[in-house]
Design a protein around this ligand. Sequence first.
Ligand code: F6P
Length: 375
Amino acid sequence: MYFADSNVNKYMTKHKRIGILTSGGDCSGLNAAIRAVVHCAVGTYGWEVLGIRQATLGLMVNPPLFIKLEIDQVDPPNGYLLTSGGTMLGTTNKGDPFAFPMPDGRLCDRSSDIAAGYRELGLDALIGIGGDGSLAILRRLAQQGKMNLVGIPKTIDNDIGITEHAIGFDTAVDIATEALDRLHFTAASHSRVMILEVMGRDAGHIAIAAGIAGGADVILIPEIPYTVNHICHKIKERQEQGKNFCLIIVSESVRTEEGELLTITNTLGQSRYGGIGQYLADRICDSIDVETRVTVLGHIQRGGTASPLDRLVASAFGVEAVHLIAQEKYDRMVTWQNREVVSVPIAEAIAQYRTVNPNGTLVKTARGLNIYLGD
Ligand code: F6P
């Protein structure tokens, strides 16, 4: 055990056993957060940390699925978790415990099984790393099952209220920016319009950030309406300036001109956003004589080495979450505000879905760069 922080000693009253789980879609930086929690809880406070497998599914089953996490596991001699993508604990974005799909097709309320798993493991507190949907479910479970919950925000979509950063966003923006950098040269070589469709759910944070950083000529986000006519005008304007190509980045939940939200449905009937890139390509080709190509970046945005900023945010969030538990401050989510990590009630954070501010700095920047953004 080591004591790196002089404020820590005053909280060193009682041994604790805490659980940690990752819930919802994965992203880069989750392992860095797990590592930070283990370092602070085990190394600084001398507590036990149990890693719960597969989000709440690991607590739902009896016996619960978990691994005891030690510092050697998160920083083994031959490598460490700080940089790695994915989540060493596994995750799921399916199976709401309040309406859990049973093998016979019925939906069953399994919430009490999760509280039972928490008690079975003798947990004093649980750290839940998730997006707004997961945090809302975890909070409801915690309230109902009397579990002590602390939340850590993660999502490449960066759409959780109150926090400026959520784990995973920065890496996703890096990846989308690199994709634009690569598309740039092939677009110019072939005189093509290149359309990059990116994730983001109902917010355009990834598209606008990567679009500006990657030099896009057109950025389409769900927060701002557009017309195909204006996009074509931008392409022609560039041609008149001797620029034979155009880079377009579009967020997955941008609607068609007719207002339709495009989705892809698999054979199990599960659907997700997808298809707006191809829709735009077809509409542009119908209107003007240009060649278009579409790249759907997809889950590449969620994979791979975490960016330095995501490692930093994840580490700071993990440490602060453990300090909150030491102070027995529960039902709170760690957040990044004004260059500091603080905490807010989870209820406040999830009540405010954060979209791109149409009057904010990034929109003004894009407009100042003469990028077509819609309207
Ligand atoms: O919320 C994260 C996210 O990656 C969204 O950007 C995207 O719409 C969705 O998850 C994809 O989910 P799935 O992992 O189910 O394909």
